[in-house]
Design a protein around this ligand. Structure first.
Ligand SMILES: Cc1ncc(COP(=O)(O)O)c(C=O)c1O
Length: 386
């Protein structure tokens, strides 16, 4: 692990800020009790951290009611809740070919069971969805538009505000998968007309794994698909319908919530725009460097506008997996190869036929020297088959 160059931040950001590790440790030692279930001080203090984290994340998305910020295990869990809780027999959904399997698979299952129909909007040669294509796909029975905000393969950030405006006009609920954007790209649910934001804690929000959630606007009706203990109205036979209990059951991952809390404090101190700028300056160095190496093909990497610090490439004559092994074993560079759980992106790029791409993804702790090392490693590997 010593001296590893970690360029797999789209999988999970690593390391986390020291403040996050410290706060989680201290919080669990001092307040590791069940929140909101009892009236003793420790339980109340734990609930205070949970509520203040709901508030912080609601503010991050410019939402209005922290009770509509609910916690889950991760983005996949939230996306499953959205798709199962909003689509019924005979409904139509619109999504894109940029999606991660955590959107695609819940949709495929419903499609395979003959419950719903789905339209998949392709992206253009630069990696962006045209909002007009989404609008053209609207049908009378369209009950959900669910769209990737930032691609985990090519890093492009979609024009969700324009899509949101069309959805609002048509009265169609609009959800975004903000797994790669929450914490680094501004999300304003009011200005962008977004009804639901699904997020995960362990990527740009700088929290740990095992915690995620969704923010939902007050007038969106997600049916609850899970039931259990909530600490409130225990005599009722049915699960409480009100938020946040509606979408939460059982004991919360309070250490995870504490990590998100500390992550928010850290992000606020750094400044999200500054962090994004810092990462994109490195991404630009990486992009131009890779594009200058003979034999390297990058995918949809054109400019720093509407872009996250994720970059996919291949080298002529090489299998992505073999390049990944060489980068790891010979250069101590950690990256991800293959289809990155987003098979339709690769189908559209044609990279499914060559077993995917090598993906390098940057985080707040990467430096210029990491990029220099990565570029010289790729140049060495490319030279072998020239
Ligand atoms: C775009 C996108 N959506 C969803 C997910 C799923 O996130 P999680 O594994 O935290 O559920 C990921 C994770 O890589 C992702 O990149």
């Amino acid at each position: 692990m010593e001296n590893i160059i970690y360029l797999d931040n789209a999988a999970t950001t690593f390391p986390k800020p020291q403040e996050v590790y410290d706060f989680m440790h201290e919080f669990y030692q001092k307040h590791g009790v069940n929140p909101g279930r009892a009236g003793y001080d420790m339980s109340i203090e734990t609930e205070e951290i949970v509520y203040s984290t709901r508030k912080m994340l609601t503010q991050l998305f410019n939402g209005t009611d922290p009770n509509y910020l609910t916690f889950s295990y991760n983005a996949s869990d939230s996306l499953n809740m959205i798709i199962s809780g909003m689509l019924s027999k005979g409904d139509h959904a619109i999504t894109s070919t940029l999606e991660h399997n955590s959107v695609l698979r819940p949709l495929y299952h419903k499609q395979q069971d003959g419950v719903i129909e789905v339209t998949y909007i392709p992206f253009d040669e630069k990696g962006y969805i045209d909002p007009d294509d989404v609008k053209k796909a609207f049908r009378k029975n369209t009950k959900l538009v669910i769209l990737n905000h930032g691609s985990n393969v090519i890093g492009t950030v979609q024009p969700v505000g324009a899509v949101g405006a069309y959805c609002r006009e048509a009265g169609i609920p609009f959800a975004i998968d903000a797994s790669q954007t929450a914490g680094i790209i501004p999300i304003d649910v009011q200005e962008m007309h977004i009804d639901i934001v699904a997020f995960t804690g362990h990527k740009c929000l700088m929290g740990p794994t095992g915690i995620g959630g969704l923010y939902c606007s007050r007038d969106i009706d997600i049916r609850y698909t899970r039931f259990g203990g909530t600490g409130v109205r225990s005599a009722d036979r049915l699960h409480p319908a009100e938020f946040p209990h509606r979408l939460e059951c059982g004991t919360l991952n309070i250490v995870g919530v504490a990590g998100l809390h500390a992550g928010q404090n850290w992000l606020q101190k750094q400044g999200m725009p500054q962090l994004h700028q810092q990462e994109m300056a490195l991404w630009e160095k990486l992009r131009t460097g890779l594009q200058n190496i003979d034999g390297v093909t990058t995918y949809c990497a054109t400019s720093t506008n509407n872009q996250n610090a994720v970059l996919s490439f291949n080298i002529r004559g090489w299998e992505a997996a073999d390049m990944g092994t060489m980068l790891d074993v010979d250069y101590n560079i950690a990256c991800r190869t293959g289809l990155q759980c987003a098979p339709l992106v690769h189908e559209q790029l044609g990279t499914d036929k060559i077993h995917g791409t090598v993906r390098l993804s940057l985080g707040p702790f990467n430096t210029e020297s990491h990029i220099d090392t990565a570029l010289s490693a790729v140049a060495d590997i490319a030279a072998i088959k020239r």
